[in-house]
Design a protein around this ligand. Structure first.
Ligand code: HEM
Length: 503
């Protein structure tokens, strides 16, 4: 039981509301001093339909895909916003107060529950079981409690060891070089990529994570790959899965009450994904027979635990590691193309061939602050909280609005500008990132449940972005690309990049 009390020590200036904060949070709070959950500000609620009308024409959630929705709501309602239960989905709270976020995230750090991909959880826990499959642990993305903890403790030593990740340096470099060659070959006379840029970045990310999760090159870049090949099917299946899961997991949907056509489609796609992964893991196992070198890679180590662990982890890596890396690279390229001075500075660092590349790291961090692929982390409360004077009950999904907080001037000065230097300058510089509360910007999540693929993602992105900057002078024309918020923030284009060869 959490008993400690935190006092709020700093001002909240960014929000239009005057919120006088006395205490932040405590689970042992005296509830008589707290305002009830229903009084938390938020869109109005009607009898029976609750807040549903706000999702309809003209409502604040009509355009849920607008990444600025939470910023707008925070301006209107303040740092804590309530959304009631709709169609069986648990109620939701958006928090844009970093100290409260810190308290909840820390308090939930023993066995955190992250509300996420509910339809995938259903597929893994119930749909498979109904078909006669034994299901013990379903994976990091979908498991909670003791089973999650046990599984995470088993796979942490495999995925978080720098020595193991380093083994992939050469093959990740090979994938990046192949993608550069593919991009060079697909430019028109104006040095613009003629292929679908969104797909291209996703192909790069799938090919990269495939080397780790499946222990083999998928060869997705092969221009002669037939549409019915397992490689292409896997790529298409992942894209479709994300679109379908968004429709039923993140938008109001009745699938929790009965099997809707979209729900049935999602189950079919999850099944197809599983079968394709098993095919590729078998290919990876064959590769292991001809392996040279004694150091064991991720697939080999996971297979040593058992085959189910290798499959579950591969599935999670492909779910969590493709769109995330692809969108982060696209965002970084856009920001570099739009800021030629920063791009030139980065090129200088890369061309120096120094092993340390602090400016590259700073550019990626800054891109994840300004245009994050994950707009907010989330936890389901395992107990009652006092947040900013309100009683927040157990079982509520709390979304920490990191994207909104990261773009507030009181957290990061010149918040809307791309300034990688803020991650490198000293304390006495007003731009120094450390002046912001550490829970404002958490692109890889927090604590024991933070991103297990972080090291792999960093290796992939560092390698690919370095090669891009080394090979191309990147320019951008026209307005910024459109970004839509689904489960993640997706950069949808138009992709007005120009990739000129470096002379
Ligand atoms: C730029 C790339 C990426 C970003 C920004 C990112 C971000 C995140 C975030 C925010 C979480 C939730 C953490 C939390 O709840 O505290 C997460 C979880 C996770 N990520 Fe990543 N991720 C990236 C790439 C990857 C890659 C390449 C993999 C593949 C290995 C991966 C695998 C996972 C898995 C399996 C989880 C669930 C962990 C758990 O619940 O125990 N991610 N990621």
């Amino acid at each position: 039981m959490q008993t400690s009390k935190f006092k709020s020590l700093f001002n909240l200036a960014a929000i239009n509301k005057n919120v006088i904060r006395t205490s932040v949070t405590t689970t042992a709070a005296k509830s008589e001093n707290l305002k009830p959950w229903k009084e938390i500000p938020g869109p109005s609620s009607l009898p029976i339909i609750g807040q549903l009308h706000h999702f309809m024409f003209g409502g604040v959630f009509t355009n849920m895909e607008d990444p600025q929705t939470i910023t707008r709501l925070a301006k209107k309602y303040g740092p804590i916003i309530r959304l009631d239960s709709i169609f069986g989905k648990p109620p939701l709270i958006f928090l844009s107060d970093p100290e409260s976020a810190a308290f909840v995230l820390r308090s939930e750090n023993w066995m955190p529950i992250r509300p996420d991909l509910e339809s995938l959880e259903y597929y893994r826990k119930y749909y498979k079981k109904n078909k006669g499959n034994k299901v013990r642990t379903t994976g990091l993305s979908t498991e909670h409690g003791e089973l999650w903890k046990e599984f995470r403790s088993t796979v942490n030593p495999v995925l978080l060891q720098p020595k193991t990740i380093k083994l992939y340096t050469a093959v990740i470099d090979e994938v990046a070089q192949d993608m550069i060659d593919r991009m060079k070959a697909s430019r028109d006379d104006n040095n613009m990529i003629t292929k679908d840029f969104y797909k291209e970045m996703n192909l790069w990310a799938l090919e990269s994570i495939g080397t780790v999760a499946l222990g083999c090159r998928l060869n997705c870049f092969d221009p002669n790959l037939p549409a019915e090949s397992p490689e292409w099917q896997l790529f298409e299946c992942i894209q479709e899965l994300f679109a379908t899961s968004y429709e039923i997991d993140f938008k109001p949907s009745l699938w929790r009450l009965f099997a809707t056509p979209k729900f049935n489609k999602a189950m079919k796609l999850y099944e197809q994904h599983e079968n394709l992964l098993k095919h590729f893991i078998n290919k990876g196992k064959d590769n292991l027979k001809n392996k040279s070198g004694i150091e064991k890679g991720v697939l080999e180590k996971l297979l040593e635990i058992n085959e189910e662990t290798a499959y579950i982890m591969a599935s999670d890596m492909l779910f969590a590691g493709v769109d995330t890396a692809a969108n982060t690279v696209t965002a970084t390229l856009y920001l570099l193309a739009n800021n030629p001075d920063k791009q030139a500075k980065l090129r200088e660092e890369i061309m120096s061939r120094s092993e340390r590349r602090p400016y590259l790291r700073a550019c990626i961090k800054e891109s994840m602050r300004l245009m994050p692929v994950v707009s907010g982390n989330a936890r389901k409360t395992s107990k009652m909280y006092n947040i900013l004077g309100y009683e927040v009950p157990k079982g509520v999904n709390v979304i920490f609005a990191h994207q909104a907080m990261s773009l507030m001037e009181n957290n990061f000065p010149k918040a809307n500008e791309f300034i990688p230097e803020r991650w490198l300058v000293k304390k006495n510089d007003p731009l120094y990132y450390g002046h912001a509360h550490p829970f404002v910007c958490l692109p890889f999540g927090f604590g024991v449940r933070s991103c297990i693929g972080r090291r792999i993602a960093e290796l992939e992105m560092d390698t690919f972005i370095s090669k891009l900057v080394e090979n191309f002078e990147m320019e951008w024309f026209g307005p910024p690309p459109k970004t839509v918020h689904r489960a993640l923030n997706y950069i949808m284009g138009p992709y007005n990049f120009i990739f000129k060869d470096i002379k």
